[in-house]
Design a protein around this ligand. Structure first.
Ligand code: DLL
Length: 435
């Protein structure tokens, strides 16, 4: 297969020059935050450091961490270091206690995000001449627009196909001669299933031969299945809204880890318990410092995603940017339903507000027809009639949808019927398995 590179002068920059560029940008960003962000100035003062203490890249470990809690506390605008009128876009993630985290973008942010997305698409062989169906949602989520911006930058034809109209999507994939697909990984299997039901063989009757999947964990086994049913090459894309969205790291055609765009991000791996740096190749929590983010630059952002930095000097694709392994899990209890991040606590908050319910519940996640399904079993305080159960369940489904942005199925259980736990309760049962 041919290696395509969007921006060779930066993607293949020598390590020496790349690290010099990183250090220069790191110094600039630390200086900017020290002088413009009350929050970071305070945090640096607590650690007794000033921008002058950053002399080498290794000095990054002297800097304080930033967490998701910090972002929530400073909701909605207080993390920003630019005036509101210079913003181009505002996005919000699904939140834990009703308050989402806010992502702010200046025009420069959109420029840089488009650049890393362009590089990422091209790294997977999606180039001018391709027709890309973007089956991510285009609302507040970063998936749809992120890929869209990247496609426009490269000159790939973008189809904002979105999610939800699966039969129509299959028809359009076929009729429009789509060559590349991007979505949450399991949606690629769902599309294939629906295609078969419509008498369409995705491998033979469509031209889709490349796919980029991310926003949720997926296994090698799932990759094999996707590649087989579609007769495509499937690549892993990593990103998070706090760092623009998708486009932080991407697999190149060699599929041996994901290149992190290191002229835009410094990647570290730390021990999730102690915060101490971890050796190369060892598993730990990914931490990113942004080097070019404009509205909300972040220092040492704790992602809670588990991975490792791979000890590979030079990739066969010639890119010099270091690679991380595919995401192996998380340090917290967040789970992802069809690309939407959900914390059990948000569900609990809704359930415990309802006076008819007892505080015993279970969250069950299944995969049905290649889509994630969320069912919440919760006990009522007193025995209810079938009609009362049904009314209560519908009301809770509505309230939960408002809180978690996914519609679950709610089942009301009779008092005393759900399991009790002596120790840490096992409230989330994920039956999706590896695939
Ligand atoms: O999921 C951005 C994105 C969109 C990435 C499209 C890739 C493709 P958030 O909604 O903020 O942003 O969720 C970020 O999703 O911390 C991981 O836990 C998880 N995640 C993202 N990509 C992957 C991946 C987008 N390739 C959170 N493998 C992250 C495993 C992933 N988990």
């Amino acid at each position: 297969m041919k290696v395509y590179i969007w921006n060779p002068s930066l993607e293949c920059l020598s390590r020496d020059l790349l690290e010099k560029l990183q250090l220069q940008r790191l110094k600039e960003i630390v200086y900017k935050l020290y002088n413009n962000s009350k929050y970071y100035r305070q945090k640096m003062k607590e650690k007794n450091i000033t921008p002058e203490d950053i002399k080498t890249l290794q000095d990054i470990t002297k800097l304080p961490f930033t967490t998701k809690e910090d972002l929530r506390e400073l909701y909605p605008y207080s993390m920003s270091v630019v005036p509101i009128e210079s913003l181009a876009e505002i996005r919000a993630s699904s939140g834990t206690t009703g308050k989402p985290t806010i992502s702010l973008y200046t025009h420069r942010d959109i420029e840089n995000w488009s650049e890393v997305m362009a590089r990422s698409l091209v790294a997977t062989g999606i180039v001018k001449g391709d027709i890309l169906a973007i089956a991510y949602n285009y609302h507040m989520f970063t998936g749809g627009f992120g890929f869209h911006y990247g496609a426009l930058r490269v000159g790939v034809v973008a189809i904002p196909i979105g999610v939800g109209y699966t039969q129509r999507t299959v028809m359009l994939l076929k009729d429009l001669g789509v060559t590349a697909l991007t979505s949450v990984p399991n949606y690629a299997l769902r599309l294939a299933e629906v295609a078969y039901e419509m008498g369409i063989d995705p491998a033979k009757d469509t031209k889709v031969r490349k796919g980029v999947f991310g926003a949720a964990p997926w296994s090698e086994e799932m990759r094999k299945r996707i590649e087989k049913v579609w007769d495509m090459q499937a690549y892993d894309m990593y990103g998070l809204s706090e760092l623009w969205g998708p486009g932080v790291a991407i697999e190149c055609i060699y599929k041996q880890g994901l290149h992190v765009w290191e002229d835009h991000f410094v990647v570290e791996v730390v021990d999730p318990k102690t915060g101490e740096p971890i050796d190369i190749e060892e598993k730990g929590e990914l931490v990113f410092t942004t080097l070019t983010k404009d509205a909300i630059p972040l220092i040492r952002y704790r992602t809670r995603d588990i991975s490792r930095i791979l000890d590979i000097k030079q990739c066969e694709c010639r890119r010099t940017h270091r690679k991380i392994d595919r995401i192996q899990g998380r340090t917290d209890d967040m789970f992802i339903i069809n690309g939407v991040n959900i914390w059990p606590k948000t569900i609990e908050d809704v359930l415990l507000k309802e006076p008819l319910l007892a505080p015993f519940y279970q969250i069950v996640i299944d995969r049905v027809d290649a889509l994630d399904r969320l069912t919440i079993y919760v006990e009522s305080k007193t025995k209810l009639s079938d009609n009362e159960k049904s009314l209560l369940a519908r009301r809770l489904e509505y309230q939960l949808r408002e809180a978690i942005l996914v519609t679950p199925k709610v089942e009301i259980a009779d008092p005393g019927t759900l399991p009790r736990f002596d120790g840490k309760p096992k409230v989330v049962i994920d039956r999706r398995g590896q695939v």
